[in-house]
Design a protein around this ligand. Structure first.
Ligand code: PLP
Length: 243
């Protein structure tokens, strides 16, 4: 089947599932945006996804993303979201190229992103990546223990004052489960943390909750996700890397 058409059908199907999940809990489906995760896929697939109507694209690796962004620059209706861990030496190309940075996970990284954003005369919308599961392999601000949220709030407070980074909320990855329902407590915890931070720092915007992937996005939407990051369910399995 035609690639664009099959991707468009998958997008429609995912959007229907988002709508149903939102309605189940009395949310408006317009409150949820779909980020199509193109990591691991070649330019032709990115092109097809854009033709199929994708407007927000997610990438994990700076080197892989740059040629794609060069081919399809953001701006207008298209936005590129950085959703992978960022080494601080990659802060410059991230600041220069992405529309959103969802994975700000330390002050050191934030300072560098802020500095380079200033050099590029950009103001970048960001999310703070939080680890609400306690899994050691996961990046993000330590946030699984509510008793430590007070400390977390103090830690992030300098970040909120940075000139060129504009915080809009939180991002997380739930642990992987065969049964998506099991991810619910982690999504709930991210929302509660958001509500807590919004109480401590009411002068900032905390609206966005980026959570939910192909395997668990309906649960995430039920728990308040405003951005879901979907790769496989729209573009199919990622091709295996060579070597
Ligand atoms: C790869 C990735 C996704 C998309 O995962 P799928 O299971 O393919 O939908 C979402 N978020 C992050 C942070 C990812 O690394």
């Amino acid at each position: 089947m035609n690639l664009v058409k099959s991707i468009a059908e998958n997008i429609e199907n995912v959007n229907e599932r988002i709508n149903r999940a939102a309605k189940m809990v009395g949310r408006h489906p317009d409150q949820v945006s779909l980020i199509v995760v193109t990591k691991g896929h070649p330019l032709e697939i990115v092109q097809a996804a854009i033709e199929a109507g994708a407007t927000d694209l997610g990438e994990n690796y700076v080197e892989e993303a740059l040629p794609k962004i060069a081919e399809f620059p953001g701006g207008g209706d298209l936005a590129w979201h950085m959703i992978g861990h960022i080494q601080s030496r990659k802060a410059k190309p991230v600041s220069g190229n992405f529309s959103w940075v969802q994975t700000v996970d330390s002050l050191k990284l934030a300072r560098r992103l802020d500095r380079f954003a200033g050099e590029f005369a950009r103001r970048i919308p960001i999310l703070l990546e939080c680890n609400v599961s306690g899994e050691e392999t996961k990046a993000g601000w330590t946030a699984w223990n509510e008793l430590e949220w007070h400390t977390l709030a103090q830690e992030i407070s300098p970040l909120l004052e940075m000139e060129n980074l504009i915080p809009h909320g939180l991002m997380t990855m739930a642990p992987f489960f065969d049964q998506p329902e099991k991810a619910r407590p982690y999504f709930l915890r991210l929302r509660q943390l958001r509500d807590y931070l919004a109480g401590v720092f009411p002068q900032h915007d905390w609206k966005q909750l980026s959570m939910g992937m192909s395997g668990d996005f309906e649960i995430a939407v039920q728990e308040g996700a405003t951005m879901v990051r979907i790769g496989t369910a729209i573009l199919g399995e990622r091709p295996k890397k060579e070597g």
